[in-house]
Design a protein around this ligand. Structure first.
Ligand SMILES: NC(=O)c1ccc[n+]([C@@H]2O[C@H](COP(=O)([O-])OP(=O)(O)OC[C@H]3O[C@@H](n4cnc5c(N)ncnc54)[C@H](OP(=O)(O)O)[C@@H]3O)[C@@H](O)[C@H]2O)c1
Length: 466
């Protein structure tokens, strides 16, 4: 079976072919792709291999793709092999006298003997999938910012429809209406915490693909080295590592001071480092660990780095959690010392506090050119979930997102133009969500102000005692 589709774009042929040759990014524009990985180190070239998971008729098939021809900026040929079929994608580009690029995308599907008879039956479905992919690729190459979307508050409040979206289902549904992330982040300085595993690692790799200058804060030198190596192998880029344990305010301040002394603008700060502590523990600086890692450390880092964020109108992205729906902020007991400790509640309260600070910063006139957003990644299969919530993990494992799916909205908030049109919002799957589904859990502006003062007092008292 053979199909050919044509599209045009004002982007240069070089840029288009460069994007398509990073074939692991097919996940951004082909709605039927659920996972895509680059298997070979180095820049895409003949012989570069990818593993691509495709959903078809309710089943997922795994294709081993390889670049067979790469003649930039004219032609790219990829071949994907699954058990019973092979797909060959031939992409040819032409530049018109006006500078527009015409792209011809030819798809040839070859079925193994014994399966050829069903080919005519499958043809309409294959055609539908190819058309959906080409439509999304056309939107990606001719990017038009979309109005930001708000998820229906009643669905969040009805709990079940909202929670179903926490699984990979939410991502896969959302993906059908999204555009690929074909943004040029060269020259943009992005600081991210918690990049050595899980969502932070996935976000780092995606942002490196777009050319950003990445600075990661990590506490573990070996893991940081492994990340540097992974980024190098993926796109040839170098990332910078600043060492710091984010449980420690002193180390968080040192990271910020290093950057302040250098004085370079920060375009995006991603406060992502996190963990859930099932036992109450107090840091050597005297702070309960959930408070220290999930609220005080991002609070201090953000406050200190505001001068660098304001230089070029930066973005702050705070990774919070759907867990915050269950808890209000407890100003009377930020250290969780006055009642029997519950790790999930401590985590939820700290995340609620970080959402509150997101909204507080967004309201400050001095920050007028910086945007602050909080996002919820859904439920993703990461080390933190495996270690801290083993029973939850056992039950939900088949439905969890992978890290790329969980990190998508972090990357989108960091790179896309749409998030610049609003401020202080709470996101899941590129949509704004309500932050209160249980009455009394949300925080009033007055209480947010009090929380800001309380966090400032805690950090000032810490500074005085050191
Ligand atoms: N996965 C989910 O379903 C889910 C849901 C809601 C929210 N989140 C949030 O998503 C964020 C990322 O978590 P994840 O699920 O990707 O977990 P993960 O795979 O365990 O990654 C957590 C990251 O945070 C770093 N980190 C933890 N404690 C640190 C510390 N004291 N100092 C410096 N770095 C530290 C870890 O560093 P090491 O590699 O050194 O451990 C790691 O890089 C967290 O804020 C989490 O609360 C996740």
């Amino acid at each position: 079976m053979e199909l050919e589709r044509t599209l045009t774009t004002q982007r240069s042929a070089e840029q288009v072919l460069d994007y398509l040759a990073q074939f692991h990014r097919v996940i951004e524009w082909d709605p039927s792709v659920t996972r895509a990985e680059k298997l070979t180190a180095g820049k895409p070239a003949v012989g570069t291999q990818f593993e691509v998971h495709v959903q078809f008729l309710g089943n997922t098939s795994t294709l081993q793709y390889e670049i067979l021809e790469y003649d930039s900026p004219r032609r790219l040929v990829l071949q994907g092999r699954a058990d019973v079929y092979t797909v060959t994608d031939t992409i040819t580009l032409e530049t018109s006298a006006t500078g527009a690029t015409t792209l011809r995308y030819q798809v040839r599907v070859h079925y193994a003997e014994g399966f050829k008879k069903i080919a005519p039956l499958l043809a309409p479905l294959v055609r539908r999938n190819v058309d959906a992919a080409i439509a999304a690729l056309t939107r990606t190459l001719n990017y038009q910012p979309m109005p930001v979307q708000r998820y229906a508050g009643w669905k969040d409040k009805a709990i079940l429809p909202g929670m179903l979206h926490f699984t990979r289902r939410g991502y896969l549904q959302g993906k059908k209406r999204w555009n690929g992330l074909l943004f040029d982040l060269r020259g943009k300085n992005i600081l991210i915490t918690g990049a050595t595993s899980g969502l932070g690692r996935a976000a780092t790799l995606a942002l490196a693909d777009m050319g950003a200058n990445l600075i990661v804060v990590a506490r573990d030198g070996n893991k940081a080295q492994a990340l540097q190596q992974a980024v190098k192998e993926r796109c040839g880029a170098d990332i910078r590592v600043l060492t710091g344990d984010m449980n420690s305010l002193a180390q968080t301040q040192t990271v910020a001071q290093t950057l302040l002394q250098e004085g370079k603008p920060i375009d995006v700060l991603i406060n992502n480092a996190g963990a859930l502590f099932n036992q109450r523990e107090v840091t050597s600086e005297g702070f309960e660990k959930s408070l220290a890692l999930l609220l005080l450390s991002p609070f201090v880092l953000t406050e200190l780095l505001l001068p660098l964020l304001r230089q070029r109108g930066g973005r702050v992205i705070n990774v919070v959690s759907g867990g915050l729906y269950t808890q209000p902020v407890r100003l009377d007991d930020l250290q969780y010392a006055n009642e029997p400790y519950n790790g999930a509640k401590a985590y939820a309260r700290a995340k609620r506090g970080l959402l509150d600070m997101t909204r507080w910063w967004a309201q400050q006139p001095d920050n007028h050119n910086v945007i602050f957003h909080a996002m919820h990644p859904g439920w993703a299969d990461t080390q933190a979930v495996q270690d801290s919530l083993p029973e939850f993990y056992r039950i939900t494992k088949p439905f969890l997102r992978d890290t790329v799916q969980g990190a998508d909205t972090i990357v989108w908030l960091a790179a896309a133009p749409e998030p610049l049109t609003c401020n202080g919002e709470f996101w899941l799957d590129r949509q704004i969500h309500t932050s209160e589904i249980i009455k009394g859990t949300d925080t009033s502006p007055a209480k947010r102000e009090q929380l800001h003062q309380a966090l400032q007092q805690l950090t000032e008292s810490f500074q005085r005692s050191n």
